[in-house]
Design a protein around this ligand. Structure first.
Ligand code: GLV
Ligand code: MG
Length: 354
């Protein structure tokens, strides 16, 4: 048994005190790059200012014989990194891989003061987070890292989804969760062969027409969202723990429309960002995860007309009350948070900073 008070005590002597709240920092796109690739490393100074999060990927998509080079490449990038608006994250290899321990050990020793968040793949339950939590505390204490490293888990196994609430609540280090649709599909034995997105075979069709009454008439079919259930569970679990949910990867780089649709569904459901796997997806995520200026203006109008936020008013034929004010405040808060880091958006929203 553990007292709730202990939750916020460092897990190793000399480690920094855990954060009591996860700071909201814009993270509309988590832009993945392969640090083993010299050409990609060379592009970092140009790409970093255009994204909210730059993530050095050490896990899947980095071949086994490039793992050491990827780790070394990320350390090179981290040493040159200046902390600022853009966050530096990494995705380390999974806990059962031969690389995880070396990844965490080397990154903490070499660039532990530059990394904001460590993304841990294939998290199955709270026990995985407890292990990472204690290990990071020991390394923080050993190396003298002053700002606690945060942990982001990828939800990409059936067991992980079944344990999603306890994963989110496992440690004050938990920053957020991403959907990992590719691994999750494999683990669940889904019959897809893609990275995220919909599937034309997953649909619902209208009833057949009655016998003899144009029975051959075309029946309309609607494609359903394969990820709705998981995303919705993830959003609720994150909300319960005060941490942030993200759509993960959308692998069909040649389909910007499909990508935008998936990202927008996630945004509307409560996610704060998504991964970008290619520079072309940066602009999509930026647009989708920043509220439309017209939406922000509407939210401002509702809040203004509702005065102290209680009672009810009609605006353009739509009923507003305490609950719509709360929704509007969510949009306004996001607009303010994004404005603080983005002068273009600040001008488009024209909000006073409060
Ligand atoms: C991401 O890691 C995924 O498996 O979709
Ligand atoms: Mg994966």
């Amino acid at each position: 048994m553990r007292s709730p008070k202990d939750f916020f005590a460092p897990l190793a002597l000399g480690a920094p005190a855990p954060l009591r709240e996860i700071p909201f920092r814009p993270s509309r796109m988590i832009h993945f790059f392969d640090p083993s690739n010299e050409r990609m490393r060379a592009k970092v100074p140009d790409i970093a200012p255009t994204v909210d999060v730059l993530l050095g990927n050490l896990e899947d998509a980095v071949s086994a014989d490039s793992k050491d080079a990827a780790r070394a490449g990320l350390i090179e990038v981290g040493k040159a990194w200046e902390r600022g608006h853009t966050q530096l994250w990494t995705r380390v290899n999974s806990l059962d891989s031969p690389w995880f321990l070396d990844d965490v050990w080397a990154l903490c020793h070499e660039i532990g003061d530059k990394l904001d968040v460590i993304m841990v793949p294939k998290v199955e339950g709270p026990e995985d987070i407890h292990y990472v939590d204690r290990l990071l505390a020991q390394l923080e204490a050993r190396v003298g890292i002053e700002q606690p490293l945060l942990v982001h888990a990828i939800l990409e196994t059936a067991r992980g989804v079944a344990n999603v609430e306890s994963i989110c609540l496992a440690s004050p280090r938990m920053q957020g969760l991403s959907l990992g649709p590719a691994d999750l599909a494999a683990d669940r034995r889904m019959k897809t062969t893609r990275v995220g997105g919909g599937h034309p075979g997953y649909l619902v069709r209208t009833d057949p027409a009655p016998e003899g009454d144009g029975a051959d008439a075309a029946r309309t079919a609607f494609q359903q969202d394969l990820w709705h259930y998981t995303l919705a569970r993830m959003v609720d679990a994150c909300g319960t723990a005060g941490i942030l949910p993200y759509y993960g990867p959308f692998g069909d780089i040649a389909d910007p429309v499909g990508c935008e649709d998936q990202f927008r569904n996630a945004y509307l459901l409560g996610c704060v960002g998504a991964w970008s796997l290619h520079p072309s997806q940066i602009a999509i995520a930026k647009q989708v995860f920043s509220p439309e200026p017209a939406e922000v203006a509407w939210a401002q109008r509702v809040v203004t007309e509702m005065g102290d936020g209680t009672g009810a008013v009609m605006i353009d034929g739509k009923m507003q009350d305490d609950a719509t004010v709360k929704q509007c405040r969510v949009v306004l808060q996001l607009a303010r948070d994004l404005s603080a880091a983005d002068p273009e958006l600040a001008a488009a929203y024209g909000l006073e900073t409060a």
